[in-house]
Design a protein around this ligand. Structure first.
Ligand SMILES: [Zn+2]
Length: 362
């Protein structure tokens, strides 16, 4: 069908590629041509030109270790499992659904990878790269199939990057509580001309906490909780209107969300802390939230649950907490807070803490 003689092949190589694409059978073969997980922790992929890839991460559970996978269009001829070595348990190539190829890298138990930095980068039209692990160099031997370094005819840079979706963040993973029973006020700190703390790379507290607060609100609403926000856009709201608004709603709890800054912007200061003003309910709520945020903030110090005299938690007349979800001035925290995926994880953590609290107090 698409055969050309040698003379034409040499002269009309771009045309050949075009024709080749148009000749693909209805059920296309896999867009994955070759892959290599190198001993430096970098996964390289060679694909059909201009393929659409989707990448996912899932943290370990009882059945599996940490997993990273990529879905490609087209089907494999022979699904297979390749034994890993060192921290890499195995690599699977399969067909999760008709018309898709899935490359799964599963890590050994207790060998977790850090999902925050994961980005799949398009090097050119048919090559992709992602740094998966920071295990000590040569802690495993390169595992590969095929030759990843074959380049396509045009090596034009794509500069495309694909975010790795964290499939742990599913609404069904949050605890269930009685629907239409509970109500919450979410208070994103600062706003408008009051940007709050400004950190590394100009990262603004107001932007971070508004994004997190909106996600918390959505998650809680999906769980049947009534939620009101003291602000849902970039506007300045004084502290006393926040409090009087909250008190008028007669809600069960008040949660203020902030990000921290250290004096003198010391980049080595990072950490999570949650404040309450008084009462066992406030303390319990703070403990639940603090615990969950720490779980998604690996390496960030636990600055603890503490009593604080902040206006918004002191003057509100329901159990009230103020969570500091990390330092915008801290190197570790700010690198995470500027990423959407981490803000989603923090929002999940806060929503989970709130739902756990309601489960406990009934
Ligand atoms: Zn603040």
């Amino acid at each position: 069908m698409c055969k050309l003689n040698n003379f034409h092949f040499v002269r009309f190589l771009p045309l050949f590629f075009l024709l080749n694409i148009s000749c693909l059978p209805v059920k296309a073969s896999s867009a994955l041509a070759a892959w290599s997980l190198k001993s430096n922790g970098v996964l390289e992929l060679r694909t059909r030109k201009n393929s659409n890839l989707k990448a996912y991460y899932q943290k370990a559970n009882q059945l599996y270790g940490d997993r990273f996978w990529v879905d490609f269009n087209g089907e494999l001829l022979n699904p297979r499992i390749i034994k890993g070595n060192g921290p890499v348990k195995e690599i699977r190539l399969g067909k999760p659904v008709s018309g898709i190829t899935r490359l799964v890298i599963e890590f050994a138990p207790q060998k977790s990878i850090n999902p925050y930095e994961l980005k799949l980068i398009g090097v050119n039209e048919n090559k992709w790269k992602i740094k998966l692990t920071s295990f000590p160099l040569n802690s495993f031997k390169t595992i590969k199939e095929g030759n990843v370094s074959k380049t396509s005819f045009s090596s034009q840079k794509r500069n495309q990057s694909i975010s790795v979706r964290d499939i742990n963040l599913r609404i069904t993973d949050l605890p269930n509580i009685k629907r239409n029973k509970y109500s919450v006020v979410i208070d994103p700190g600062h706003g408008g001309s009051d940007s709050g703390a400004v950190g590394i790379n100009g990262l603004k507290e107001t932007d971070v906490v508004l994004d997190v607060s909106k996600i918390v609100t959505k998650l809680l609403q999906e769980k049947g909780v009534s939620v009101k926000m003291t602000r849902n856009k970039e506007v300045e709201v004084d502290l006393s209107p926040r409090v009087s608004f909250a008190n008028k709603t007669n809600s069960d709890i008040f949660v203020s969300i902030h990000a921290n800054a250290s004096r003198g912007k010391k980049s080595y200061i990072n950490g999570i802390e949650t404040f309450y003003y008084s009462g066992w309910r406030g303390r319990l709520l703070a403990e639940k939230i603090q615990k969950e945020i720490l779980k998604v903030s690996a390496g960030s110090p636990d600055r603890g649950v503490r009593r604080g005299r902040y206006y918004v938690i002191k003057r509100t007349n329901m159990p009230a907490v103020l969570a500091e979800i990390g330092f915008v001035t801290g190197r570790l925290d700010s690198r995470r807070l500027e990423k959407k995926i981490h803000r989603r994880r923090v929002a999940f953590a806060i929503a989970k803490g709130i739902l756990e609290y309601f489960k406990r107090v009934g």
